[in-house]
Every structure is written in C-alpha cells, then in structure tokens.
Design a protein around this ligand. Structure first.
Ligand code: PBG
Length: 331
C-alpha cells in the first residue's frame, strides 16, 4: 500500500461527533454576541418591524425585559437604535444631543435596573435625528459635509456617555470623528468609555430594513456613497481601519458581514485590535425569506453563518439573531 494510506486520510477524524468536536477550530458562544435593539416612545408599546420578521421596536419599559432576557442568556452587550418621533427630527439633528432623547432615556433605565450586568453600546450617527435621513449634516449644495458634522457627532457621543453608555460606536463614516470623540471623552471625564468604530462600513444595499426600523428610509434622498465605502474596495478599508486605530478606536467593525468576510480576515491578520462584524438587517431578512421559502432550517442556516464570522477572525458579532443563537447554544 502507498505510504500515505490515502483512503480516508483527511476524513477519519470526522467519523464521529466526539471527534468532530475534538478537532473543531472555532466555536461560537453567547459571549460573542451583541444584540441590536430598536427603541420607541411610549409605554407598553411593541411595534413589529414589517421588513424584519420577528424583530420589534420596544418602548423603554418593555426594552428592559429584552435586556433582562439578554443578561439571562449570557449576551454581554446590547446596541441601541432609536426611532425618533417625526417632530423631533430636524436638518441640524439637535435631538441627538438632547439629554432626554430616546437613547439616553433607555441607557439610564437599563443602568438603573441592571447596573453593570450588561454592556450598553450607542450608535453615533445623525440619521435617526435628521429630517433628510443622512448620517451627517448637509451643506448648501446638499453634500454631506465632514467638518461641520464632527461637532455634532462629538456632542452626540458626549451626551450618550453622560447618560451612561459603555461603548460609543461611530457609524457615520466621517473622517476624523474617532479622534475628536476620543479627545472629548477624555476631557469630559469619560476615560473608560470605549470606542468601537464602524471603520469599514460599506455603501450597501443590505441596510434597507434597518432604515425602516429607525424611520429614516422614506426620508433619505439619494444614497450614502459619498461617505460610506465603495463595495469594490478592500485596500481602502484597511486605510480606514488604520486611521481609526491611530485616532484611538478600541475595536473596529466591518459592515455588512457575510459579503465582506474577506475584509474581516484581512483586518484580523493585519491589525492588533478586536474586529467585530455587523450581520445587518438585510442579511437577517434574507435568511428569514429563505426559511419561509423552504430553503433550509433556520437554526442550521443561522448557526453556520454566525460561525463563519468567527472563522474569518471576528471577536464578536452584532446580530438580530443574538437571542435566538444564544438559546440554541444553551441547548
Ligand atoms: C446608521 C446605521 C445603519 C446601520 C447601522 N447604523 C444604516 C445606514 O448606514 O444607512 C445598518 C444596520 C442594519 O442594516 O442592520 N448610520
């Protein structure tokens, strides 16, 4: 016989479940998950998001129940996204730095009820607050202008830190915002507040249901291609990540997830900070549509995709499937 005995040379370790488990290179755990949650005004209010089957917007009192569920499931962090009432949206997005905006009220309520039992992450970007649905402020020509937006983002970030946010997550893609926010946090007495930067955020077609959920989709004029990354580029994503790290980001995010696994792998191999992925709304909705169409089993499809993020090098994943996946993992 040939000395390499090739018949089942690579396959024999896969013969039994115990052996597959023994040789497994990557595992997913509830501690890898961050759960994005949508918040609305009111009390006792649950509003299903039509384009995200099984996902709802919650008023703060009911949001607290979801957060309790997350803690029980071992999910270490939630991310808050407000659906701001229409009369509080404006061209200048002032509601973003109102201490009583939905996000701040939610942060304070969570902190009061649960202390430090769970991390609270807040998005920094103006789209839930602008009348036009863009992440930044517009100049006279309608262009999303970088430098005038920075001031607004810093005020928004400080406002969230003052309310008690643990992680500030700038998702706006303005240049220089991480440095400006880091400096303001230091000077404002928030040295322990982390920054997880949406460093490689692409101008993607997969954000549609999210824009529905926060109520910015119908308002949005044009697209976000003048500030979000071109899906054709990967070297540029590395430059974005390098810049955010140099400015003080504690961790970076790649978004969307599945179509950008190569970017996650490149970032993981190249940089020394934790890399997170956002499995975005359109990715979630596509799985749900697939399940409804009989493509496959939800659990199998979801767990395979989440594991792919770990294999690509992610420290963790933002996903609307967080509670579902945590339940599966608990058995
Ligand atoms: C806002 C923001 C977006 C998402 C997270 N933060 C949408 C966008 O950039 O238009 C998308 C998340 C998702 O689709 O689940 N800046």
């Amino acid at each position: 016989m040939h000395p390499s005995f090739p018949s089942t040379r690579l396959r024999r370790t896969r013969t039994h479940d115990w052996s597959r488990r023994l040789h497994r290179e990557n595992v997913l755990a509830p501690a890898d998950l961050i759960w994005p949650l949508f918040v609305i005004d009111g009390e006792g209010a649950e509003q299903p998001v039509a384009s995200l089957p099984g996902v709802s917007r919650w008023s703060v009192d009911l949001l607290l129940e979801r957060v309790g569920e997350a803690i029980e499931l071992g999910i270490p962090c939630i991310a808050l996204f407000p659906n701001t009432p229409a009369d509080r949206r404006s061209d200048a997005a002032e509601e973003a730095w109102s201490p009583d905006n939905l996000t701040c009220r939610a942060v304070r309520a969570i902190r009061e009820r649960y202390g430090d039992a769970i991390g609270i992450m807040c998005d920094v970007a103006l789209d839930p607050y602008t009348s036009h649905g863009h992440d930044g402020l517009l100049d006279d020509s309608g262009y999303v202008a970088n430098d005038i937006t920075l001031d607004a983002l810093v005020r928004q970030a400080l406002n969230q830190a003052q309310a008690g946010a643990d992680i500030i997550a700038p998702s706006d893609m303005m240049d220089g915002r991480v440095g400006a926010i880091r400096q303001a946090l230091e000077e404002g007495g928030h040295a322990n507040v982390q920054i997880m930067s949406y460093a490689a955020k692409y101008a993607s077609a997969f954000y549609g249901p999210f824009r529905d959920a926060v109520g910015s989709g119908d308002r949005l004029k044009g697209d976000k291609r003048t500030y979000q990354l071109d899906p054709a580029n990967s070297d540029e994503a590395m430059r974005e990540i390098a810049m955010d790290i140099a400015e003080g980001a504690d961790s970076v995010m790649v978004k969307p997830g599945l179509a950008y696994l190569d970017i996650i792998r490149m970032a993981h191999d190249r940089f020394d900070v934790p890399v997170f992925a956002y499995q975005v709304s359109g990715e979630f909705a596509l799985v749900e549509a697939g399940v409804a169409a009989g493509v496959g089993d939800r659990e199998a499809l979801v767990m395979e995709k989440l594991l792919a993020f770990k294999r690509a090098g992610c420290a963790g994943i933002l996903t609307y499937y967080a509670p579902f996946a945590a339940r599966v993992l608990h058995g």
